[in-house]
Design a protein around this ligand. Structure first.
Ligand SMILES: [Zn+2]
Length: 137
């Protein structure tokens, strides 16, 4: 009699465990959806990567935070401005000023290159379809 009760108990436990697993899986899916939802509604998290020619490590800055960044490489100085989700070189002492005349970059894959300084600034956006836009545009 006692043994049978144990079997019944363990059987009910097993059923409960399965329900728990299902509920847990559902919660995980809900959490994942909730985490991804803000990105689908309003694509954020765009950033720029500043790459230096040579061995120096890349630097990453968020595009959602307005700021002034002073870049120095190969003896040249660039003033990079991040403003309202765009980035541009405001001042540069490089000879050709190509970087400065490039203007604002904001779209995924947009790049400012300063050849004399060996600096390139590239936009990385997590926006869905950003690549398709780049191809179409
Ligand atoms: Zn330049």
């Amino acid at each position: 009699m006692k043994k049978e009760q144990m079997i019944l108990f363990s059987r009910s436990m097993r059923t409960r465990a399965t329900w728990c697993d299902a509920l847990l899986a559902l919660l995980c899916i809900c959490a994942a959806v909730l985490c991804l939802l803000p990105q689908w509604i309003a694509p954020r998290g765009a950033s720029i990567t500043v790459a230096y020619a040579g061995a120096r490590a890349n630097e990453v800055f968020s595009l959602s935070e307005n700021r002034e960044i002073f870049l120095e490489h190969n003896g040249y100085h660039l003033t990079l401005i991040i403003e309202n989700g765009t980035a541009f070189v405001r001042e540069s002492d490089c000879p050709d000023r190509v970087c400065q005349s490039r203007g604002e970059i904001a779209r995924n894959g947009d790049t400012i290159v300063c050849a004399p300084a060996g600096i390139s600034v590239t936009v990385h956006s997590e926006e869905k379809g950003g690549d398709a836009d780049a191809i179409a545009g």
